[in-house]
Design a protein around this ligand. Sequence first.
Ligand code: SF4
Length: 257
Amino acid sequence: MILMKSRNIDLETVNARFEKAQPELILKWAIQEFEPRIALTSSFQTESIVLLHMVSQLNPAIEVLFLNTGWHFEETLKFKNEVITSLGLTNVMDLEALPGKREKSISSSDGKPYFKDPDHCCYINKVEPLELALKEVDAWISGLRRSQSKTRKDIQIVEEYQKGLFKINPLANVTSGDIWWYMKEHKLPVHPLFEKGYLSIGCWPCTKPVQPGDDERSGRWAGTEKTECGIHTFLRPKKISEGILEQKESKEEGGGI
Ligand code: SF4
């Protein structure tokens, strides 16, 4: 294990410096500053390939974390393998729910935990495994863009996410048009569901095609108030934040309170 190094990064200065910088320059700085304690998260959807391509040009051995919920579209898993091969990525890791948690959520919800309690489903399949993986790094590269949705409009290029964990959003200022220009310029492949109207692609039970004129992420948890899975907010389902579910699970596991 490589231990965390203490850093004194002036966020105001660094964000002012990078506000108009090219994403590649931001990535280069982040890799130099944090390597080897840096990782990138990717959902291997259409837009993901841009960031993966940029990183692969700098260091194809950077750790890429993929949240394998077990509910990805077949097309996404196939696309993921194609992208890994074509970009020569050598360090892609699948993150899964802690042992037994996914099975338990399925058996207690008639097989559909994503409908019964989507926040809890996202928590055990995405938030919790990512939180654990991020304990091993000091910087997390994400593909968030300000123009994707209202919930993302205020993101900074470099954020101190938790004490000692920095989040780097090199694409914060990039538009959808820039993404497509880059993909065309570098002849990058397109996720097969894109042409069927899926502008943002997550798990199949929670993703629908986007209607013309709607926001890029409107197909995610469509028809509900949920807009984010929680990995960018470390959202906890209400019951967990109140300690109710944690207590219940701990008792079931014989841990006691
Ligand atoms: S996106 Fe849906 S299926 Fe995937 S983890 Fe969240 S609630 Fe579960």
